[in-house]
Ligand binder design. Structure first.
Ligand SMILES: C[S@@+](CC[C@H](N)C(=O)[O-])C[C@H]1O[C@@H](n2cnc3c(N)ncnc32)[C@H](O)[C@@H]1O
Length: 277
């Protein structure tokens, strides 16, 4: 048996144990990225093998939390993929404006940048007081950071460029205050966002959403888990609701795809059809 094969067995055993003890289900995460993340984590863990680390992982919550941080990829940015946000502004918002109130589920929100970007966009489009964003993630530590809405100042230049390319109609600097080397987002942006823990692999759906965004999350999942999660979204979305995926993701060949129409060319933005009577 090669060391790689042995490592894969250790991963399987550990993921089973983690699921039994903590309820976090990584058993259907894509092998290649899980392998890469776990070997990076192991290198910094002080343990020679995953089997040796396993005993402590299953008994020591804090040690497990370091593993959780190692497994989940939490990188995000404001107005990530600006063309996507431009398409939302131009092709989805006109529909949203016709609703009295808009409920949005943003699954896999990481440190919150995407949720704040959506809030800015909807405020600029005149939807103040008419929307709520439920931003969820498996990782409670990133949710706490998301709630703070504080980002390193050096990232703001990039965020500002994204905002402009995404069709921002104001001045991005109006949305934050610079303090030392951090940017603190305006607390008013948080008024319409509820941050909460939710695990797409094991938790149930969120009802009656007008829009769901889940970008750059399912790329880490195996096909079976992707299908589960898309089923969850399908049952959470009202007819006529919008489903938005990451730029490298699509509904092609998915079980739910025949109930959705593509909204924007070359963008993974879909609209759930109204059932025929
Ligand atoms: C790469 S980030 C994407 C952030 C943001 N959506 C974006 O596109 O910039 C992926 C996020 O998915 C979260 N995640 C991974 N597995 C999850 C699961 N089973 N349930 C909910 N969130 C999950 C991770 O914790 C991480 O914050």
């Amino acid at each position: 048996m090669t060391p790689e094969e042995l490592f894969d067995i250790e991963i399987q055993l550990l993921m089973e144990g983690v699921y039994q003890v903590y309820g976090y289900d990584f058993r259907e995460y894509a092998e290649s990225s899980l392998r890469r993340r776990l070997s990076q984590w192991l290198a910094g863990s002080g343990c020679a093998t995953l089997s040796l680390a396993q005993s402590q992982i299953l008994r020591d919550r804090q040690f497990f939390d370091t593993l959780l941080r190692g497994i989940t990829v939490n990188v995000s940015e404001m107005f990530r993929d600006p063309a996507f946000f431009k398409a939302i502004r131009e092709q989805v918002v006109p529909y949203l404006k016709t609703y009295p109130f808009v409920k949005i589920w943003l699954a896999g929100c990481a440190t919150g940048e995407e949720a704040y970007s959506m809030a800015i966009l909807l405020l600029e489009e005149g939807l103040k007081g008419r929307f709520r964003i439920y931003a969820t993630d498996i990782n409670e530590e990133v949710i706490r950071k998301a709630q703070d809405g504080i980002y390193p100042l050096q990232e703001l230049q990039h965020f500002t460029r994204n905002y402009q390319h995404a069709g921002g109609t104001g001045s991005f600097s109006d949305y934050y205050t610079a303090r030392y080397n951090h940017a603190i987002l305006a607390p008013s942006l948080r008024e319409n966002i509820v941050f909460a823990a939710h695990n797409l692999a094991v938790d149930t759906d969120f009802g009656e959403m007008n829009m769901i965004l889940c970008r750059n999350v399912m790329i880490y999942f195996k096909q079976s888990l992707k299908e589960r999660v898309l089923g969850l979204f399908d049952s959470s979305l009202l007819p006529g609701g919008f489903l938005c995926l990451g730029t490298k993701e699509s509904l092609e060949h998915r079980r739910i795809s025949d109930r959705y129409d593509t909204v924007a060319a070359r963008m993974p933005i879909y609209r759930k059809r109204y059932e025929k009577k």
